[in-house]
Structures are given as C-alpha cells and as structure tokens.
Design a protein around this ligand. Structure first.
Ligand SMILES: Cc1ncc(COP(=O)(O)O)c(C=O)c1O
Length: 245
C-alpha cells in the first residue's frame, strides 16, 4: 500500500535543509542564546541570522520579529497582548466567525474578562465584507483580528481593505497568516496591518516554533513573564534549534 499524504495544511515534514540547520544547535552549539558565554554568543548569532531571514521572507525588519512556540502562541500574544494593554478600560474586540481556535479562544477569554466582542459573518464565498467591518467598528474597539487564509476552506480575505477600514477608525489590526505563508506572498507592508502570526511547521520547519511580527513602535503587553528574552515581549529561553530550522 502506497501512502499519499495530502495534509500539508495540517503540517509539513521537516525539510532536510531545515533539519540540517537545526542540528548543530541542539548538539555541539547548544548554548543559551541569552548567555554571555562564547557558546551563548554563538547561538545568539545563529538566532539573529534566522530572525533576519524570517524578516526578509515577509518584508519586515528583523527587530519586528518575536519568536514564539508557534502560531497558537503568536495569536494568543497578539489578541491578549492588546487586550491586557487596555485591561483597565476594557473595550470591544472584532473578529470573524471563521477564525482558528487559536484566535477565538483568546477572544472568548477577553470576553470573560469583561470585553465586548463582535464575530463578523462571511458571505457565500467565505469572505468578510469590509462594509460589515466598518459598521461594527466603534470608539470602544481595541482590536480587529481577521485571518489571511482560512485553514478549512482556503479562502483568502482582502486584508489590505479590511486593515484600511480598521485604521481609518484608529484601531489596530492583527492577521493570522499561518495558512498563507509559503503558499502566497506574505508581505507585511502590502498587508498594511500591525500584527502578523506565523508558524514554522506549516513551512517545513520543526514543530514548536513560530513568530509574531509586531509593527515597529506597536506596544503589546506580554502574556507570560520571565527572564526578559525577546525584549520581554515573549520571555523564555529562545528555542535556538527551532529558530534555526
Ligand atoms: C489558521 C491557523 N492558525 C493557527 C494555527 C496554529 O498554529 P500552530 O500549530 O503553530 O500552533 C493553525 C494550525 O493549524 C492554523 O491553521
């Protein structure tokens, strides 16, 4: 029996080049990228080279890439990071009814903390209508989160138009680009958004690595606290092998 794997949107195998890139950093070059030792600095150099390459891939500045444990954490950091920033005054989060659970979950959590929420519907082609979004936006809106490509239908949203409508109202915009990366161009400048979630294992990297692109100057509250890694936005020892992969 010949097995044919047709589920690359669920996950991809690790590409031999990615495995080769990761290997030294879990063996002879295993230093902690935050250590001042020679080993640590060696790992840091590799992490920064990887950061630059991820940034190049999405048209970003390396400073704007924060490594996470994957797409789920990137989405949680984006949604909760904005929510926690405005915890005292609350507000409304707008998303769509077709988001991945890694966006719907944190949005529902904010709801339990007292935030108001709007789940925009999609039309018969699975698209969010920018005029529905325009109507939903109000002075209390703190975030709009709408995915770039859907994980079940593959429908691509018109993110530049949705982000434009959102920014006109002075509201930040997050997009989950996990299913888009590698299948269509993902350029943060062209998307015109503030936050973009990425995941490694959908594009031949190992599982357990991802990133959040955060527009320069955009303030986000951390959702975990620790040793201050990744500029304190995502503390925790950086996953050197995963990042290099
Ligand atoms: C659209 C979308 N967002 C987020 C995720 C979660 O990414 P990860 O598996 O890296 O946590 C997935 C994974 O299937 C996804 O399809």
């Amino acid at each position: 029996v010949r097995r044919v794997y047709l589920d690359y949107s669920a996950t991809t195998p690790v590409h031999p080049e990615a495995a080769e890139a990761a290997w030294p950093y879990q063996n002879c070059r295993f230093g902690n990228p935050s250590s001042a030792s020679t080993m640590g600095r060696d790992a840091r150099t590799a992490v920064e080279a990887a950061r630059a390459s991820v940034a190049r891939f999405v048209g970003a500045d390396p400073d704007e890439i924060v490594f996470t444990s994957g797409g789920t954490e990137a989405n949680n950091l984006a949604v909760l990071g904005v929510g926690f920033r405005s915890l005292a005054r609350g507000g409304r989060v707008i998303t769509s009814s077709i988001e991945h659970a890694a966006v719907l979950g944190p949005v529902q959590f904010l709801e339990r903390l007292g935030f108001r929420t709007t789940y925009l519907p999609v039309d018969n082609l699975g698209r969010v209508n920018p005029s529905d979004l325009e109507r939903a936006l109000g002075p209390d809106t703190v975030l709009v989160s709408i995915m770039l490509a859907n994980n079940e239908t593959g429908v691509i949203q018109d993110i530049p138009s949705l982000a434009q409508v959102t920014h006109r109202a002075g509201v930040p915009f997050h997009t989950d680009a996990v299913q888009a990366l590698g299948k269509m161009p993902v350029d943060v400048g062209n998307l015109g958004v503030d936050l973009v979630s990425l995941s490694g294992h959908k594009v031949y990297a190992p599982k357990g690595i991802g990133a959040l692109w955060i527009r320069k100057g955009f303030l986000l509250a951390p959702i975990v606290y620790g040793g201050g890694q990744e500029k304190g936005i995502r503390p925790g020892t950086v996953n050197g092998p995963g990042v290099c992969g």
